[in-house]
Design a protein around this ligand. Structure first.
Ligand code: ZN
Length: 202
């Protein structure tokens, strides 16, 4: 029987994506063995993360400023918006250095098996950005969502709304190259760069 504080920390770690009970156990034993130094470092980093990182009010990516560096950069074309599911997809596309527009992070995808669209998915925020009354006139939306059922359902849902209410916005998606069922986050840089360049109109 493990001591309660050990059990608590193991269960806290297993809430993280990709961490199973065995890995969580190893983390806890590592921290116990390395003592105060390592724990303090972790504590400080977590506190700093909470204190400084914000959600950008325009693109909903994580950043130390809101609006973020990308949204405020004079070098970025603000009329082209690349729609991604998660902040790590922005990182993957930025690494390719082949996109000079701006982003919109949905923070999730629509699950076709569930009823309705969850409120945490930033679709209304995207529609608000494409409103013709905005000073920044968005001319193109590029969907860079994973080629999965969830990704496809989300593309269809948003495309329909934009095509009906905002016919001035052209819609495109990453060209094939990312295997069906694969992910934007783990696509290699060359594949991803060429998928952006040869994007296809919807
Ligand atoms: Zn931003």
């Amino acid at each position: 029987m493990l001591a309660k504080p050990i059990q608590n920390l193991i269960s806290a770690f297993t809430r993280l994506p990709g961490v199973g009970p065995k890995t969580a156990e190893r983390f806890v034993i590592f921290l116990l063995k390395s003592g105060r130094g390592e724990v303090t470092r972790l504590e400080k980093s977590l506190e700093e993360l909470l204190q400084t990182i914000k959600s950008c009010e325009i693109c909903h990516n994580f950043s130390d400023n809101s609006p973020c560096e990308i949204c405020t950069s004079s070098l970025r074309d603000k009329t082209i918006v690349c729609v991604v599911a998660e902040p790590q997809d922005v990182m993957a596309i930025e690494k390719t250095k082949s996109f000079s527009g701006v982003y919109h992070v949905l923070r999730g995808l629509i699950d076709p098996l569930e009823d309705g669209v969850p409120g945490y998915i930033k679709i209304n925020e995207l529609l608000a950005r494409t409103d013709e009354k905005n000073p920044i006139k968005i001319s193109e939306i590029i969907f860079a969502l994973d080629p999965t059922i969830e990704g496809e359902t989300t593309v269809q849902y948003i495309s329909k709304k934009i095509a009906t209410d905002r016919p001035h916005v052209s819609l495109s998606r990453l060209a094939t190259g990312i295997p069906s069922g694969g992910s934007v986050e783990y696509a290699d840089e060359v594949t991803l760069a060429s998928a952006i360049k040869t994007r296809q109109k919807i």
